[in-house]
Ligand binder design. Structure first.
Ligand SMILES: [Zn+2]
Length: 244
């Protein structure tokens, strides 16, 4: 709790002041390009936050992937749909003038459009790029959500989908609705399942061709992984709507 109170105070300071307070050479955030004395950690959490843009490990991994694999191409217009937008990433995407950028969420009032991911209000083949990170584990009908993501992706487009993974097999039980029981069985009060690596088959059933990448495919070496505070186990499921 103390950690959270301190974090709240900190993140209410102006971004330029936070950048000055944490300037250093030990760490580097690839999203906000801050050279830092270190990332913020809390005793009660495995997360590490960038003190400037608030990014977490997986957000920095996503950004680095987009950058290193040249998936955002300033030389040509692109359309992008970003679910449950993470502030650090959203700020960067919003600054890209070639990007027709749409943020979406079911509940968050700060996004551009509020809708259910199982009924996406866009025509078929609208988006070049979709980012949907740590959303599907909250969605009861994730098969329908995946079909919708597939439908609105342009041929040749890419959806980056991330979910928390534990083990081989997905576990879900629609009768578990009590928040305390969900926390016990699914890891959080608002999760409706625990995904295994077999989430790949679910994504394939929706039509996607899927490649799983992780930090070893993206970062240059261990030193860079540590310097950028990247997650060792997180997987990005790179989903295309044509055989890849
Ligand atoms: Zn940052």
């Amino acid at each position: 709790m103390t950690d959270l109170i301190i974090a709240n105070i900190l993140f209410n300071l102006p971004i330029t002041l936070r950048k000055q307070l944490f300037v250093g050479e030990h760490a580097f955030c690839p999203i906000c390009h801050s050279h830092l004395s270190g990332f913020l950690t809390a005793l009660s959490s495995p997360m590490s936050w960038c003190p400037v843009c608030r990014s977490l490990q997986r957000h920095r991994l996503i950004w680095l992937f987009l950058e290193r694999f040249h998936l955002i191409t300033p030389e040509q217009p692109q359309t992008m749909l970003h679910f449950a937008p993470e502030p650090g990433l959203a700020r960067r995407f919003a600054q890209m003038h070639h990007l027709r950028y749409v943020t979406a969420d079911l509940f968050d009032p700060s996004v551009m459009m509020r809708f259910d991911i199982t009924t996406i209000p866009f025509n078929d083949h609208t988006f070049d790029l979709i980012l949907c990170s740590h959303v599907l584990e909250h969605v009861p009908n994730d098969h329908q959500a995946m079909r919708e993501l597939y439908r609105v992706l342009k041929p040749g487009g890419i959806a980056l989908i991330l979910v928390p993974i534990q083990g081989e097999h997905t576990f879900e039980d629609a009768t578990i609705t009590d928040p305390l029981l969900r926390e016990r069985y699914f890891g959080r009060f608002d999760h409706v399942r625990t995904y295994g690596i077999d989430v790949i088959q679910r994504l394939q059933q929706a039509g996607f061709s899927v490649k799983a990448v992780d930090v070893k495919d993206i970062a240059a070496d261990q030193a860079e992984i540590e310097r950028m505070g990247l997650p060792p186990r997180e997987k990005i499921f790179v989903c295309c709507n044509e055989p890849g």
